[in-house]
Design a protein around this ligand. Structure first.
Ligand SMILES: [Fe+2]
Length: 178
């Protein structure tokens, strides 16, 4: 039920550490609903064509959503970098400003060994990672990838639930040792 009272109603707005008092002429709950933008959104990854170039381009070319606190990148089937000497897998990096979660949906993942459809990886910010041994050389002959994967880069560090910890593969960090 909306509250239709009229009068002076003080509302305290909090913006980080700052408080601002606003006085309204009617009760703030004088509403029957909110027609905002919180609705399910579908996105067909098959319709997404990431930009490609002569050399390997950084992850923002795959970015499909930006939400407060994280971005979503869609690694969709695509033609790969086309310079004759292009390295067609990502370079080693340590994403210093984001925790990086990857969900491998389908296909062969050119830069990784030991992941399969349904796998999740989590690379916390500041932890170096890159192509698995052998995948860089193998990438020279590739012209296209049919992989589909989703990446979530988060602004703040993630805390793992007990359920997530139970799925942890303790050998994953060793998988770069060849
Ligand atoms: Fe990464």
């Amino acid at each position: 039920m909306p509250n239709e009272q009229e009068g002076d109603f003080a509302v305290l707005l909090k913006d980080r550490a700052r408080l601002t008092k606003v006085v309204m002429a009617s009760h703030p709950f004088d509403v029957v609903g909110w027609d905002g933008y919180l609705y399910p959104f579908t996105f067909n990854a098959n319709d997404f064509e990431p930009i490609t170039g002569t050399v390997h381009l950084p992850p923002p070319i795959h970015q499909t959503f930006e939400i407060r606190g994280y971005v979503v990148c869609t690694f969709a089937p695509r033609w790969l970098d086309h310079h004759p000497e292009a390295v067609k897998v990502p370079w080693a990096h340590d994403n210093t400003e984001a925790d990086e979660v990857l969900f491998y949906v389908r296909g062969q993942f050119g830069s990784r060994k030991g992941v399969e459809p349904g796998s999740f990886t989590l690379h916390p910010q500041g932890i170096p990672h890159g192509p698995h041994p052998g995948t860089t050389l193998k990438s020279f002959d590739a012209q296209r990838t049919e992989e589909l994967a989703l990446m979530f880069d988060t602004q703040y560090p993630l805390q793992l639930t007990e359920e997530a910890l139970a799925l942890d593969d303790p050998n994953y960090p060793l998988s770069w040792m060849g």
